[in-house]
Design a protein around this ligand. Structure first.
Ligand code: NAG
Ligand code: NAG
Ligand code: NAG
Ligand code: ZN
Length: 333
């Protein structure tokens, strides 16, 4: 009986998502590295895994409804920064949590946690790539579908999570909104260390300016158990940070020394389509200009359109003239 219970317990632990526990037995090198995750966590060998390379020539352009970022410009108190041995987690204590809706999402998604992925040096570190380009760091803001009540329940559903992903790019200047994060990092270099931020924290301050252009696709958690439950939104415009601000993340330590890198290599895209959302007010603007124009195509089709109308008009004039001609013939008979 005890064996059954402990087996059940171990199985339950293995199901725990990255959001709840930082103690899974996985790493980024050697026998515990990404190439071996699939041996213990079946889903890591799945067909719809993340991260992926996004080939900009293969994306499908779409114009989705606006995303609503609720509570992103609030000043939030009681924000915790924690080293879980794989990354640094930023969590919000007090309700209500920020949330997102709109875009490709059905329903509301509530903030769960955010964390970062980085590399040994500034030439690599992001998880998703764009045209095989790596960025030095990537931010993941994880949200769970409100309908499922908790992140633990949400990971059992294919639309359970959405992750807003932001890339970083090097800049000569410091990004002042990141000072509080880098200050906190200095206090959580040891495994399981946690601090509460000194100042209120605003989501919007750490994000890029353009939140309208993004790629979206269906994928997975990028850490074991690699559950295929994530609607990914990868924002195109990177956040610009100074080298020293990125370097501060590389000081964090796991049980095995400094966390020098914590990104998973790209996975096969398989049969998936990546959608590229273009600001739809751009199209609305053009539509006002010429309401007849086809939104998805450019001038050549407009000309085709015109010729098509011309042909119809000529056919109907031919028809009217024929009817009048026949009527006159009939009357004259
Ligand atoms: C950056 O790190 C990678 C992985 O360790 C290494 O292959 C590459 O040579 C490094 N690049 C530079 C410029 O140091
Ligand atoms: C972290 O440590 C520094 C001193 O090195 C201190 O100024 C700061 O207030 C500490 N706490 C946080 C949350 O940053
Ligand atoms: C339609 O008829 C006009 C004359 O009424 C002519 O100039 C024009 O070329 C015609 N268009 C087509 C598509 O046949
Ligand atoms: Zn992540």
């Amino acid at each position: 009986m005890q064996i059954i219970i402990s087996t059940f317990f171990v199985l339950a632990l293995m199901q725990a998502p990255e959001l709840t526990s930082g103690d899974q037995d996985f790493g980024y090198d050697g026998v515990s590295g990404p190439l071996h995750w699939g041996e213990r966590y079946r889903e890591c060998a799945g067909k719809h895994q993340s991260p992926i390379n996004i080939n900009v020539l293969r994306v499908k352009q779409v114009s989705l409804p606006d995303i609503q970022f609720v509570g992103f410009d609030d000043s939030i108190d009681g924000v915790h920064v924690t080293n879980n041995g794989h990354t640094v987690l930023i969590e919000v204590e007090n309700e209500p949590h920020p949330r997102v809706r709109g875009g490709p999402l059905e329903g509301d998604y509530v903030f769960s946690q955010m964390h970062f992925h980085w590399g040994d040096n500034d030439t690599l570190g992001s998880e998703d790539k764009i045209n095989h380009r790596s960025f030095p760091m990537e931010l993941h803001m994880v949200f769970f579908k409100e309908e499922y009540k908790s992140p633990q329940e949400a990971v059992k559903h294919p639309d359970g999570l959405t992750v807003l992903a932001f890339f970083y790019e090097l800049d000569r200047h410091y990004h002042p909104a990141y000072d509080d994060i880098t200050a906190a990092l200095g206090n959580v270099t040891e495994l399981h260390a946690s601090v509460t931020m000194d100042h209120p924290f605003s989501f919007l301050n750490i994000l890029p300016y353009d939140l309208r252009r993004y790629f979206t696709y269906r994928g997975s958690l990028t850490t074991p158990p690699c559950s295929e439950v994530v609607i990914w939104l990868d924002f195109e415009q990177p956040v610009r940070l100074a080298h020293d601000q990125i370097e501060a993340f590389r000081e964090l330590r796991s049980a095995h020394g400094k966390i020098k890198h914590n990104f998973r290599p790209i996975q096969p895209i398989g049969d998936r389509v990546v959608f590229y959302n273009i600001d739809n007010s751009y199209f609305n603007y053009n539509e006002v200009d010429d309401p007849d124009d086809d939104v998805t195509t450019q001038r050549p089709s407009r000309r085709k359109h015109g010729r098509h109308n011309g042909a119809i008009k000529n056919k109907s004039s031919v028809a009217i003239i024929s009817v009048v001609f026949l009527a006159v013939c009939y009357l004259l008979k």
